[in-house]
Design a protein around this ligand. Structure first.
Ligand code: PMP
Length: 438
């Protein structure tokens, strides 16, 4: 059996899982090369240590006079402050702990003012494409939103122009929201968030940034980007599953009914003379955090925010750029490999690359990388069907929602393969990937 790969000497932040070995169909086993950070990043060792250190002490948040309950409440509220600092929030901004980016955006969708217009590029991940005005939100605030889907731009400048054109026609006095992703989960490309925010504000609209792919790779400053809200997921930010964040302006969140009704969100509940109940809801973040909160998840997210801030993003950005170069140059003379991009192959991006391999179905290709080389990548349509349709110039309709294997029409591949990396990715994993693809 093959020995586990030595831990990376160049990794700025150690992660868990690099000594996990997996069996190969060719015999023996090999150190698992997790190259699917864009789906879920491995947990930072530091995050896991912080969670383990706290585990014996936890108690229910906001619900007890006991010492451990108080400790947990402090930890939870400190986590909120850490996240606000990490995102460079404005005074008065709110940090709401959610389950994920998907949950955060659905929460905002349920808090839209009446008659809100929403502008969203067709290139978004389904989490930022689908929550707006969707039928499942019927009866809620925001369910009557009018959504305009914008065509895929072919340059950052075209993205801004497309948005400006769409906003120019609207009534500047009515409420409007633009939703944009900071870095694509398919191409890794960076979007011109600051410029889009300026365009939105110039037309009286607000903007929410889907930072699920941006926050793990780049500093995100709410102030500097001048976005109204930011959403991200803990499990892509080197923390475990089950926690996310929606941070930003308090007003729409305060004016909306609670996302979930229940304890924690309610300040007082009284029985009326007519037999019903009157509820006064909290106004702060608690309004949308009903039920016992995920204190471990919030603590883990805060720990990841601190670890990333202390390590600094410069080293991580430089490292990812270098790994992208290794992949691009290593495969430059393989004509069957075509990388996917909207803004051009050299556009700035985070450590995420998708490609198609001529003559291969993406799912078969990814399965071979796993079975023969112990490499974990993602294949499919990446929960971004309209974007992948645009990039591949075809109809990806025969694949499942997030890319479950399906027949490729006429034997032609309508799915892609995605490789992604970040903190802790050893050189050896990326070199093995290049060798395997070749
Ligand atoms: N937005 C983007 C850009 C993403 O990449 C993802 C996850 N793939 C999401 C939103 C949704 O994140 P989650 O599944 O954690 O809710």
């Amino acid at each position: 059996s093959t020995a586990a790969a030595a831990p990376s000497v160049r990794a700025p932040l150690p992660v868990l899982g690099q000594d996990v070995t997996v069996p190969l169909v060719t015999g023996g086993e090999v150190a698992y090369a997790a190259l699917d950070y864009a789906a879920s990043a491995p947990a930072l060792q530091r995050v896991w240590d912080d969670v383990a250190a706290y585990a014996p002490y936890y108690g229910s948040v906001h619900r007890g006079a006991g010492y451990l309950s108080q400790l947990s409440t402090d930890l939870f509220e400190n986590a909120r402050r850490t996240v606000a600092e990490f995102l460079d929030c404005r005074t008065g901004d709110q940090v709401v702990f959610t389950r994920s980016t998907t949950d955060s955006l659905n929460l905002l969708a349920a808090a839209l003012p009446d008659g809100c217009e929403v502008f969203v590029f067709e290139t978004e991940h389904h989490a930022s494409l689908l929550p707006w005005g969707s039928p499942h939100a019927a009866g809620r605030r925001g369910s009557n939103a009018r959504v305009t889907y914008l065509d895929a731009p072919r340059s950052p400048r075209q993205a801004v122009e497309t948005l400006e054109r769409a906003l120019a026609d609207r009534d500047p006095h009515g409420p409007a929201l633009v939703c944009v992703t900071g870095a694509s989960n398919v191409t890794g490309e960076l979007w011109p968030v600051r410029e889009l925010a300026a365009a939105a504000h110039a037309h009286g609209a607000r903007i929410v940034l889907d930072a699920a792919q941006l926050a793990p790779h780049h500093p995100v400053s709410v102030r500097d980007l001048d976005v109204d809200w930011v959403a991200f997921s803990g499990h892509k930010l080197y923390a475990p599953f089950g926690s996310g964040v929606l941070a930003g302006r308090a007003d729409w969140l305060r004016e909306a009914g609670p996302y979930l009704a229940g304890g924690g969100a309610s300040r007082t509940v009284t029985r009326r003379a007519d037999g019903g109940v009157d509820v006064e809801w909290h106004e702060g973040a608690a309004r949308h955090e009903a039920g016992s909160p995920n204190v471990i998840g919030a603590h883990a997210v805060a720990s990841a925010c601190k670890a990333l801030t202390e390590a600094g993003f410069d080293a991580l950005v430089a490292r990812e750029k270098e790994l992208i170069r290794v992949v691009r140059e290593g495969l430059a003379d393989v004509p069957e490999v075509r990388f996917l991009s909207l803004f051009g192959d050299d556009a700035p991006r985070v450590g995420v690359l998708s490609f198609v391999v001529e003559g291969w179905n993406g799912s078969h290709f990814a399965a071979a990388l796993s079975a023969e080389y112990g490499i974990g990548v993602r294949d499919g349509l990446f929960c971004a069907h309209p974007l992948v349709r645009t990039l591949l110039g075809g109809d990806p309709g025969t694949r499942g929602e997030c890319g479950a294997p399906g027949a490729a029409p006429g034997g032609k591949s309508f799915d892609a393969v995605r490789v992604s990396f970040g903190a802790g990715t050893p050189d050896e994993h990326v070199e093995r990937f290049v060798r395997a693809v070749r």
